[in-house]
Design a protein around this ligand. Structure first.
Ligand code: FPP
Length: 237
């Protein structure tokens, strides 16, 4: 058997925190706390498996529609996370980046995000990207506006615009496109996550709820990526 192919960049839609908590008879916010813990542990696990880039969907442009209590709690969780993240990023040699439209976040949260990005910029371990107030169509719209502004100034002719230039105008500029997308909790939708970047990506959907995601589940996703399921997936039964 040949070497296992390891996806260089894995994108994850962290889904099912609310249902996980409900199953335990706890408030949805308890699921988010556990989800954040699972995420911390998984950063190390992904890196140990040879994955170089991990990009996660933590808060979408649609998530503002949730109850004020839940949105407030998620923002506080992110605030807490950012506070401890500088130390953690240094300890784990992780390079952290946040994508999305950060202008709608509270100023103190924006400042701690920038501090975290600056402090971890030269780290050479896992490239960990967190999407906050992120929507793929919003990201593309912001990129198109920037290119259009250059065209309007006469710095760029419309026919000179290439796919490469569009990629480099997105929030993910400089990152390779994801090789594998994982979505937990049984939902099989993209929900506006990285629509441009996922054009050629393999998708792995699992019923496991995000707080329960673990190393075994990651191995199953990598095996799926290697096409093992297609060879051994019950065809001899
Ligand atoms: C989806 O579960 C999860 C979210 C909208 C939030 C994800 C956030 C975290 C894991 C924690 C914060 C992140 C960081 C980086 C500290 P859901 O609420 O949609 O679950 P449901 O579909 O069961 O309702």
């Amino acid at each position: 058997m040949g070497e296992k192919k390891i996806p260089r960049h894995v994108a994850v839609i962290l889904d099912g925190n609310g249902r996980w908590a409900k199953k335990k008879g706890r408030p949805r916010t308890f699921g988010h706390v556990q989800g954040a813990k699972t995420l911390e542990a998984m950063c190390e696990t992904f890196w140990n498996h040879g994955i170089e880039y991990l990009t996660v969907y933590a808060f979408s442009t649609e998530n503002w529609k949730r109850s004020e209590e839940e949105v407030g709690m998620l923002m506080n969780l992110l605030r807490e996370y950012m506070k401890n993240a500088i130390r953690r990023a240094v300890d784990n040699n992780m390079k952290v980046r946040v994508i999305g439209d950060l202008s709608r976040l509270a100023p103190d949260l924006q400042e701690s995000i920038h501090a975290l990005e600056r402090a971890s910029d030269t780290n050479t371990g896992l490239k960990f990207t967190i999407a906050i107030n992120y929507g793929g169509r919003d990201e593309i719209t912001r990129a198109v506006r920037r290119l259009a502004a250059q065209a309007a100034e006469g710095a760029l002719r419309p026919e000179e615009i290439t796919e490469q230039m569009i990629s480099e105008s997105l929030d993910t500029a400089g990152m390779p496109d994801p090789d594998l997308l994982i979505r937990t909790s049984g939902e099989e939708r993209l929900s506006n996550f990285l629509p441009w970047q996922l054009a050629y990506t393999e998708f792995y959907f699992t019923p496991v709820l995000w707080p329960d995601f673990d190393e075994d589940e990651l191995v199953r996703a990598i095996d799926y990526y290697n096409g093992r399921d297609r060879r051994f997936g019950g065809v001899h039964e």
